[in-house]
Unconditional design. Structure first.
Length: 435
């Protein structure tokens, strides 16, 4: 899928849920890779705040973003609408400290986006996905992320209230489902809690027009669906997860969630993503070559190896299941030259073989079904070390597939310096699931 933004600028007005002030909001298109950005037009210089979890300052009653001393709150519904409508790049400009609540759902934002027109952009979307679980547990409340190939949310609410009872919904979040079921679901509140919050100076703009009020024995407005309340919690979660900065794929299972737990899960996911990237377990939904092959960043998304044992600097070319060509720049700063040998540095032959094996590993792990797995040597044969390799040399590693099965490969590897053969071997490797 390609990144998307809107075609035309559009605006809307409404009350702020917490301030009670009338707020004007505009949405404007942004170029590729800009992300979602909020702007305060009521402040000098129209300061901007990026919609990212690193800028989250509070999540108790609503999502509040802060950057450079500037804040904006109640951003969850517009973020949910943008995620549900697959809008990647957008400027949201408001002339007050919060996004208007409108009718308490994401439906007015969906209409605003639709009226503005949706356009595809020149760059592809990149999704967050990895082969690990993440969870947050607080008493009987929990959120669990499991790997998957689409975004599915399974959500249970149970407030111990006789009018609500327990509600459960499990949905694959796509544009159609979002517009039909999730976007119309409104904010809700129990009257006793609403009154307490108003006494504290909160939700000054709340009314039956934007919050579904619930008495002990009745709903004070007509519901839009039997599952409106659990669908609204799913809407909040979608908006909260939009702060990850990229669309997430996986299965999220929730019992009695909320903004605070949602934000903790988002932070946990990003933390695990970073750990996975360092540990080689990151699965990128798309690892494409640039015009000059695979960069070191793309290589790091495929191979589990890290400093000081990553022996590939760039992939120049490959033909899937057939061959690969990579390079390793040999520098005097390499750690092994300290002892191999002082005064006469020579690259250990076993590390040239390791470089061939890593190139072969990229060839095997580059395939979509193998991303995120690990690769091990199972054997080497016909090893020949032809000439020494020293600092300043550039190893050209050429690997050709001799035999390939689903998880086992036998390949011929050769290392050249300046067109001359430095080392060669037959390499056997096996793909395994990470433990």
């Amino acid at each position: 899928m390609m990144q998307r933004t809107i075609k035309n600028e559009m605006g809307i007005k409404g009350l702020g849920l917490h301030t009670g002030e009338e707020i004007s909001m505009r949405i404007l298109p942004l170029p590729e890779d800009s992300g979602i950005i909020f702007s305060r037009s009521d402040l000098p210089g129209n300061p901007r705040i990026g919609a990212h979890i690193s800028n989250l300052s509070d999540a108790q009653y609503a999502l509040t973003l802060a950057e450079g001393g500037i804040t904006i709150t109640t951003v969850e519904h517009i973020l949910g609408a943008l995620a549900g409508m697959r809008i990647d790049n957008l400027l949201v400009e408001v002339d007050g400290p919060e996004v208007p609540i409108l009718d308490g759902s994401a439906l007015p934002f969906v209409k605003l986006i639709t009226d503005a027109g949706i356009v595809e952009q020149a760059k592809e979307r990149e999704y967050l996905s990895f082969q690990d679980a993440a969870w947050v547990v607080e008493g009987d409340r929990h959120l669990v992320f499991l790997p998957g190939e689409e975004l599915r949310i399974s959500y249970t609410i149970d407030y111990g209230h006789k009018m609500l009872g327990a509600q459960f919904a499990s949905v694959v979040v796509d544009e159609e489902t979002f517009i039909r079921d999730i976007a119309p679901a409104r904010t809700f509140g129990f009257m006793k809690d609403v009154n307490d919050m108003k006494k504290k100076g909160l939700i000054k703009g709340a009314s039956a027009k934007n919050v579904v009020p619930i008495e002990d024995d009745k709903f004070l407005v007509q519901l839009r669906s039997e599952k409106e309340f659990v669908f609204h919690k799913i809407l909040d979660l979608i908006g909260d997860l939009n702060l990850l900065g990229q669309p997430l794929v996986g299965h999220i299972i929730v019992a009695k969630g909320g903004h605070t737990l949602d934000s903790k899960l988002a932070k946990k996911i990003l933390q695990k993503m970073e750990e996975a990237k360092r540990g080689g377990l990151l699965v990128s939904a798309r690892v494409e070559p640039d015009k000059e092959g695979l960069s070191i960043d793309a290589i790091s998304h495929i191979l589990p190896h890290r400093y000081p044992f990553l022996m590939i600097d760039r992939v120049l070319e490959w033909v899937e299941d057939k061959r690969i060509v990579a390079i390793k720049n040999v520098s005097i700063n390499e750690w092994y030259f300290q002892g191999h040998f002082p005064g006469q540095p020579v690259m250990p032959g076993v590390l040239m073989l390791e470089g061939m094996a890593q190139a072969a590993g990229i060839l095997m792990l580059r395939k979509g079904e193998n991303l995120g797995k690990l690769i091990y040597f199972t054997g080497m044969d016909k090893i020949r070390l032809r000439r020494p390799v020293v600092p300043g040399d550039q190893l050209r590693l050429e690997v050709e597939v001799l035999r390939m099965r689903a998880r086992i490969g036998v390949m011929k590897g050769q290392a050249f310096v300046g067109g001359k053969l430095a080392a060669e071997a037959e390499i056997m490797l096996s793909i395994v699931d990470p433990q």
